[in-house]
Design a protein around this ligand. Structure first.
Ligand code: PEP
Length: 249
């Protein structure tokens, strides 16, 4: 079923003390919308964040994982490790992972398979670069990212996937896709899914928008019929801003 979700990607921000105080502040906020709330702290703070949100309406999710079950992969974290501390959702394919850590459609397809094999939910990120949009190639790029990483899956697997369209040119830049640009791309994504998996899979898919969503633009972006929520970077580090976005529905 399609849901409203607002997920905060903390990236490489917040040590233990800051994690504790931000979570304490988040817990004081009133949720007035039907959005599911998620936060993605760094690996070192996942367990603490998980424990301290246990009785609360906030899901703690991971920012990444490796595709292997275990082994000689120094510095990496597996799906099993995440599951062992209660983490049920993982963000995969963020543009920063693609750009700085050489993640490819092929490695992401493997990560998606591993996450699903562990009964995890995947927030799968993708989006075009500014040069792609300037050349009018944004739909072709997005289509190939989705097809290459996800179209080997059976239709049923999509019940465990949330898509996050994040145009790279809008991430952390203060430049947001217009609500119309977001709506057009989300409708295109749904059409792409429908062409392979049919109407129900496409219609049920939760598709988030990410890229400089702030309290002052969230309401308009979320008002678009194919936008089901947001993946939030910078604004998720401030409790007031984050909950203003959560409550923008
Ligand atoms: C992100 O990193 O996924 C993101 C959308 O960042 P920001 O909101 O800061 O643009």
């Amino acid at each position: 079923m399609r849901k409203h979700i607002v997920a905060g990607n903390w990236k490489m921000n917040n040590g233990l003390i800051q994690t504790e105080s931000l979570i304490a502040e988040l817990k004081t906020k009133q949720k007035t919308s039907d959005a599911e709330v998620m936060i993605a702290p760094s690996f070192t703070n996942l367990w603490h964040a998980f424990e301290s949100t246990r009785q609360h309406d906030i899901e703690v999710v991971a920012q990444n994982m490796h595709f292997s079950e275990k082994g000689a992969y120094t510095g990496e974290v597996s799906a099993g490790m995440l599951k062992s501390i209660g983490i049920k959702t993982v963000i995969l394919g963020h543009s920063e992972r693609r750009a700085y850590f050489n993640e490819t459609d092929e490695s992401l397809a493997k990560k998606v398979d591993t996450a699903l094999a562990h009964d995890m939910r995947v927030i799968f990120c993708f989006g075009e670069e500014l040069s792609d949009r300037k050349a009018g190639n944004e739909e072709a790029v997005v289509e190939s990212q989705i097809k290459n990483a996800l179209f080997h899956l059976e239709a049923d697997a999509f019940k465990h996937i949330v898509l996050a369209y994040e145009p790279v040119w809008a991430i952390g830049t203060g430049e947001t896709a217009s609500p119309e640009q977001a709506q057009d791309m989300h409708a295109f994504i749904r059409k792409t899914l429908e062409s392979k998996y049919g109407h129900t899979v496409a219609d049920d898919m939760t598709i988030l928008y990410g890229g400089s969503v702030k309290p002052n633009n969230a309401k308009e972006i979320f008002s678009k019929p194919d936008v089901d929520g947001g993946l939030i970077g910078g604004a998720s580090l401030k409790a007031d801003d984050f909950y203003a976005i959560v409550n923008a529905f």
